[in-house]
Design a protein around this ligand. Structure first.
Ligand SMILES: [Zn+2]
Length: 278
């Protein structure tokens, strides 16, 4: 009974000591064993420490497992965080690209409508110019004499390619109707322009839309017009011969590139040049 009590109290003491070791970790198991007062005490201490070591091992293992789990969760969390960041960045990029597309579309819309307005303005200008020329030609023709456009006419440039026909047409995109008062003949900047028949120069100068323009009166109410020239080589009042070089091809006035705008007019009104010249 006394021995048991001793054991119990020594157990308790050991327990305290072990708690102390656990708590402060400054005494090793070996020191504890070597501190035994006799073999019995040694054995008691040994058993206790063995049990303790076993529990420690289990505890350490479970702590290690927990730590492993925590590590895994941390990696998983990091990955998820990265995924979220990536998704967010992707969304931001998409938003940015959408904004840019929207801006581009608005810019194009604005550009198109301003181009359309410009086109319409140029058309009206050209129509007005054409009417002005009609009045001008009628007035100037009153004193002009000549046979009119007879016989084989001289083709006005060295190029035979017609890029735009005479008459009504509609803009392919904007659907605006316009009247083309002549034909457009392809050409290079500086190409010769020839008088299609004998006549007298009644206009040599600038006309809005037409740019540098020449008008030759051939008599009998017939005149020819040469527009968008880069150079005018004959003056008003000059008499010209069929096939004579009268100017150079250019892109003056409302023109998208060098070409000859050629008109034939009867009493000042434009008629299809191809009905007179082939
Ligand atoms: Zn034209």
């Amino acid at each position: 009974m006394i021995a048991q009590n001793n054991l119990k109290s020594s157990r308790e003491r050991l327990g305290e000591k072990v708690f102390f070791i656990y708590r402060y970790g400054n005494v090793s198991y070996l020191e504890l064993l070597l501190g035994a007062s006799d073999p019995y005490n040694f054995l008691t201490r040994y058993r206790f420490l063995s049990k303790l070591a076993e529990e420690d091992a289990i505890l350490i293992k479970s702590v290690q497992e927990e730590m492993e789990n925590v590590k895994k969760w941390k990696i998983e969390l990091n990955n998820k965080e990265k995924d979220i960041k990536d998704t967010r960045n992707e969304l931001l990029k998409q938003k940015d690209s959408l904004t840019k597309k929207k801006e581009e579309r608005n810019r194009l819309l604005a550009k198109t409508s301003s181009e359309r307005a410009e086109y319409e303005k140029a058309l009206r200008e050209l129509e007005e110019s054409s009417r002005t020329l009609e009045t001008l030609i009628k007035r100037l023709q009153q004193t002009a004499k000549g046979p009119g456009l007879v016989g084989n006419l001289f083709w006005p440039t060295n190029n035979r390619l017609i890029t735009s026909q005479f008459g009504h047409r509609r803009h392919p995109i904007w659907g605006i109707d316009m009247f083309h008062s002549g034909i457009d003949i392809a050409g290079n900047y500086g190409d010769n322009i020839y008088a299609v028949s004998d006549g007298r120069v009644i206009y040599s100068g600038w006309q809005s839309g037409y740019g540098k323009v020449l008008i030759i009166d051939h008599g009998n109410g017939m005149s020819t017009l040469y527009g968008h020239c880069s150079q005018l080589l004959v003056n008003e009042g000059a008499t010209v011969k069929k096939g004579q070089i009268i100017g150079k091809v250019g892109s003056t006035g409302w023109s998208t590139g060098p070409h000859l705008h050629f008109e034939v007019r009867k009493n000042g009104s434009p008629i299809n040049p191809l009905s007179m010249i082939k």
